[in-house]
Design a protein around this ligand. Structure first.
Ligand code: OAD
Length: 243
């Protein structure tokens, strides 16, 4: 049996399928990944752009980088991988989508049961008060809080910060229920997300990995599908429909 058929077999038997996605799923939508050949962390230093310390030191630089990414993302559309996951949710087949991505493309594709563990690039919060809001267009300069006048920041998780507690609670509940997880386009180098598939596996669930390369998760995956998410996900979908 080939690997695609093995995945389909696992997926057909799954009662509670969840997914974990990373930057690789948006690569075919032209959103740059973080690591690898053209990855953003090759070009930019994460410590200068994505930490609370970096923001305190130079909020203008940090906002410039986020505005640049907001501009870039605003021109991107979901690809067939995002669309397949949205369709699986609509069919009741995919129960929850956990994503490390902040680009919002899963929502644009139509998914609704999304747990954004690293936040969302369009959300903003005040550095002083409880104000939170959503941007409708890319930010310019350092936006001020309309309630207290302090600096607003992107509502994303930076290095050294904890994941949103409520979201993490929901993630752990989903992992408890899951008997299969499909892990798409993540290097599995950032914790705690990298551990989610291991937790599913430890309780007897199946792990399917979709990635253009192998990762530290590949040895524990029941099936590793090597290739582009935007090609493989529709292929799986097509095979699932053939009885
Ligand atoms: P990475 O950039 O670390 O990894 C992207 C993964 O996607 C790699 O394993 C690639 O091989 C794979 N990939 C690339 N193109 C693909 C394609 N077309 N189809 C399938 N796979 C493909 O991105 P993440 O693992 O998401 O965090 O990174 C995790 C976190 O590190 C990010 O959320 C971000 C970053 O620092 C924060 O900013 C807090």
């Amino acid at each position: 049996m080939n690997r695609l058929s093995q995945s389909v077999e696992i997926l057909r038997k799954a009662n509670h399928l969840i997914t974990l996605t990373g930057a690789g799923i948006s690569k075919e939508s032209n959103v740059p990944t973080f690591r690898g050949k053209d990855g953003m962390w090759r070009q930019y230093n994460a410590m200068d752009l994505a930490t609370p310390q970096a923001f305190n030191k130079n909020p203008t630089l940090v906002w410039e980088w986020y505005s640049w990414r907001q501009n870039l993302i605003s021109k991107c559309q979901p690809n067939p991988a995002h669309l397949t996951l949205a369709k699986w949710e609509e069919q009741g087949f995919l129960k929850t989508l956990i994503t490390q991505n902040v680009d919002g493309l899963h929502r644009t594709a139509g998914s609704t049961k999304i747990l954004e563990v690293h936040g969302n690039i369009w959300m903003i919060k005040c550095t002083e008060c409880a104000y939170k809001s959503q941007l409708t267009s890319p930010a310019t300069g350092i936006p001020p809080c309309p309630e207290c006048g302090a600096q607003l920041r992107p509502d994303v998780v930076w290095f050294g910060e904890s994941l949103p507690q409520q979201v993490m609670g929901q993630v752990l509940k989903e992992i408890e229920l899951a008997d299969a997880i499909i892990v798409i386009g993540t290097s599995a180098l950032v914790q705690p997300s990298a551990s989610f598939p291991l937790l599913v596996k430890q309780k007897g669930g199946h792990v399917i990995e979709v990635n253009v390369e192998t990762t530290s998760l590949t040895p524990i995956a029941n099936v590793h599908l090597q290739g582009k998410a935007g090609v493989l996900l529709p292929q799986i979908d097509q095979l699932l429909r053939i009885k």
